[in-house]
Design a protein. Sequence first.
Length: 333
Amino acid sequence: MRRIALINQKGGVGKTTTAANLGAALALAGKRVVVVDLDPQANLTLYLGVELPSGSPSSYRVLTGELPFGGALRETGTPGLRLLPTDIDLSGAELELSGAEGREKLLLASLEAWCARERARTGQDPADYVLFDCPPSLGLLSLNALSAAEEVFLIVQTEFLALQGVSKLVEVIELVKRRLHPALKVTGIVPCLYDSRLRFAREVLSELRRFFGEKVFRTAIGSNVKLAESPSFGKTIFEYAPESIGARDYAALAREVLAQEPAAPVAVPAVTSGPASPPPKARPARPKPVRAPPEAELTPQPPAAVAPAPAPAAEPVEAAAPAARRKPRSASS
């Protein structure tokens, strides 16, 4: 099971849009996906068409220990995609949990307990992907997401200020890695709100690729009207406009994420232990039969007729010069 935190301390860069639509794309590819809303604004919850009444099962009640992780999950309009919703109560969680023991790992403890129960019941992990939609800050909620995750996707807008903030965000992740979660690693950077018509956007994307290399996904999520409209209808882009450019971009991103999965090991049949069989005896080498030459080769052949030598060419004979004509003598002579 891959656990991925989608994070950026800057708001409005496409974290929630990516959490909803990447999760839906993975689910449509046959994966079992859980998306976790950890933003008190509850944008991901609204994006997936869930209106949460006060006191309903939510990520706030999971963090406070009132409910187990699996007890707060909800189905969505996309088969295979489940949501851990939230509401405005989560805004007070940081203050309320500030004195709790192990407050940075409350979400991790609840998630692992759910996984352990499901493995004991079914013999497998309860999900293939868990995506954490982090708030636009680096407080206690984001620390809980980073502690519960194993991978980090940085969601980056292709603008100058967003580019400057990425280096600071990487420093914070390295700090979390040293102090809380040594196995945490950045495995992907998702360029969002990309407009290929703007030279500056192309330059920012080029700088990202130069600095981070292969960690930057080849797919850049372009600015798209349909992506901006779909949350108002409570639908993912694949439900709202499956033929749009936004749907194409997130489908391509999902293929890249799936390609990151390690190849399944080839099953090798077990070999039962027993007495070793003696090595096979070497067979003596058989002499190769000598092939008799064909009869045509043994029968003497008459010598080939020798063609007579050509006669030497006759030398050309020069034509004799005509005899000089004598002049007749005159009468006087």
